[in-house]
Write a protein that binds this ligand. Structure first.
Ligand code: FES
Length: 127
């Protein structure tokens, strides 16, 4: 994981995982813990969630592509704001990032508490 600074006080990181570039803010949207210090990039494919970012403080999970909070301690509809993520491209031997628009909150009627990861991920990708 490589850290970078977008502007004073706004730090993010970029990493290459399974053939894809991922970039997101280092500060967890829940309470500001640094995701680069003790945070996890986990493959939860067995739960149909794909790669997720896990925060070390309260174990909330975020989609590193669109930023949606996939799980928070409420065990209901996640109330945590999304993680700012970035489009990543390689040009002329350099890595470029561009902020992605933040995803819309998940509607209550679209949330399935029995399967808290998959429905949000599918909706966040517009599938
Ligand atoms: S600060 Fe990240 S889950 Fe609480």
């Amino acid at each position: 994981m490589l850290p970078f600074c977008l502007e004073p006080g706004l730090e993010a990181c970029v990493l290459y995982k399974d053939g894809k570039w991922l970039a997101f803010n280092r500060s967890c949207p829940h309470a500001g813990i640094d995701l680069l210090v003790g945070g996890d990039i986990e493959d939860l494919s067995e739960l149909n969630a794909g790669v997720v970012v896990g925060c070390p403080a309260h174990t909330y999970l975020f989609d590193p592509v669109v930023g949606t909070c996939l799980w928070d301690a409420s065990r209901g509809l996640p109330e945590t704001p999304p993680l700012q993520t970035y489009e990543v491209s390689e040009r002329c031997g350099q890595i470029w990032v561009k902020p992605r628009p933040l995803p819309k909150p998940v509607a209550k009627e679209d949330w399935d508490q029995a399967a808290p990861v998959r429905p949000v991920r599918l909706l966040s990708h517009g599938l």
